[in-house]
Design a binder for this molecule. Structure first.
Ligand code: CAA
Length: 384
């Protein structure tokens, strides 16, 4: 499938760009420095415009737009601030989507509607100290006792952790049978025994919140089981397929922001009696960046189109995430090189973007895991 932008997509892009340029860009460096979560500025601002639930149907409080529109939204926020981009991405793709796709009607009314309206923030708790890339190694447990489960364990590196109201949490309900023993639960902030641990002091995406979640005998009503018992791992994997489109969009936006910034600088900066943009060493860098960003954009939007069309898109989402994140790291690094010493200074967009870009190669599946996913689609499982 090949992406073709529509007028509606470009109109939405213009509106989100205007929002981001006005409400985020002037403050992005300050938020980065202060590790500030922009609830009022970003979350409430997006909610007021109906953008916290972009791809969900209007009857569930969403905007009723397509997956490409969602990708464009994350891209445009990330073009000025990668932290703001992942607040939306983790909320829409990870916190809300599993409830949309696997929830009962009651669960959708109770949890998805306020999430899609942006009245509540969503998060997703899969990663644990001993279950990172090997998500099937989940150790958190949920034991059924009458009409409720008792949840115990620890989740780490949770995006929107502490700020979110609604968490989709994965726990072992049947020990000893591997991934088929994992189930998913909807857990609310504030329930007894559910506490927020460390807030991480990160290299980048510092306007987003990332925290540890601790569960100590948390009572989870049986009706908060998401999907069937034992279906949790598949729910997590299917959710991450979509999440990877979000992270790919974030990476694309970061790369686009750095590219525009260093191009403008290169046209402005005079050395050897002409703008450095016209030194071949610089013009070739700009050409390479533009080509890589264009290729990343095609991968991202085509994976989004496939998801929208209900085609199998797991491989394409992994390819988009891997390629766009590698592009973001390469482009931001070259952007600093074009800026020279100026780009190495705190307060310069490209310095922050370089730090923000790095995480896109790591979270929602490292790029090594992306290659595991892609190659298993291409080659099948290795012989036993
Ligand atoms: N959709 C639906 N089902 C899937 C699936 C998918 N995309 N991928 C696998 N499954 C199913 C398989 O079909 C299999 O089912 P059966 O047992 O019925 O055959 C089952 O799940 C187990 O699959 P595998 O044997 O392939 O599982 P595995 O243990 O070998 O793991 C893996 C595969 C791809 C490495 C997986 O563990 C993985 O994706 N790891 C990375 C985890 C990850 O991305 N973590 C990110 C955390 S979230 C985050 O970062 C959020 C944030 O802060 C922003």
């Amino acid at each position: 499938m090949l992406f073709k932008p529509t007028e509606a997509h470009e109109q939405l892009r213009a509106e989100i760009r205007e929002f981001a340029e006005t409400n985020i860009k002037p403050y992005a460096f300050q938020w980065d420095r202060e590790n500030y979560f922009p609830r009022k500025e970003v979350v409430e601002g997006l909610a007021a415009r109906g953008w916290m639930g972009i791809p969900y149907p209007k009857e569930y409080g969403g905007a009723g737009l397509d997956v490409v529109s969602y990708a464009i939204a994350v891209e445009e926020l990330s073009r000025v601030d990668g932290g703001s981009g992942v607040i939306l991405s983790a909320h829409v793709s990870l916190g809300s989507w599993p409830i949309f796709a696997f929830g009962t009607e009651e669960q959708k009314q109770k949890y998805l509607v306020p999430l899609a309206k942006g009245e509540k923030i969503g998060a997703f708790g899969l990663t644990e100290p001993n279950a990172g890339s090997d998500a099937g190694g989940t150790e958190t447990t949920a034991v059924l006792e009458g009409d409720h489960y008792v949840l115990n364990g620890e989740k780490i590196f949770i995006t929107n952790g502490g700020e979110a109201d609604t968490y989709v949490i994965f726990a072992v309900t049947t020990p000893g049978i591997g991934t088929k023993g994992i189930s998913a639960f909807i857990v609310e902030k504030g329930w007894e025994g559910f506490t927020i641990g460390d807030h991480y002091d990160k290299l980048g995406i510092r306007s987003s919140a990332t925290a540890q979640l601790l569960f100590d005998d948390v009572i989870v009503p049986k009706e908060n089981l998401l999907g069937q018992e034992g279906q949790g791992f598949k729910i997590a994997m299917a959710t991450l397929d979509g999440g990877r489109i979000g992270i790919a969009s974030q990476a694309l936006g970061i790369a686009q922001g750095a590219y525009e910034s260093c191009k403008e600088y290169a046209l402005d900066r005079i050395q050897f009696h002409k703008p450095i943009a016209f030194q071949q060493s610089i013009s070739f860098k700009i050409a390479d960046m533009a080509a890589q960003i264009r290729a990343a954009r095609m991968l991202v939007y085509s994976a989004a189109e496939m998801k929208e069309a209900h085609e199998k898109y797991g491989m394409e989402a992994a390819m988009a995430k891997q390629f766009a994140s590698d592009t973001a790291v390469k482009v931001t690094e070259e952007a600093i090189q074009i800026y020279g010493g100026n780009g190495y200074l705190k307060g310069m967009d490209v310095e922050r973007m370089y730090r923000d870009a790095k995480i896109t190669q790591i979270y929602e599946g490292t790029n090594e895991i992306m290659r595991v996913v892609i190659s298993s689609y291409l080659l099948g499982k290795p012989p036993k």
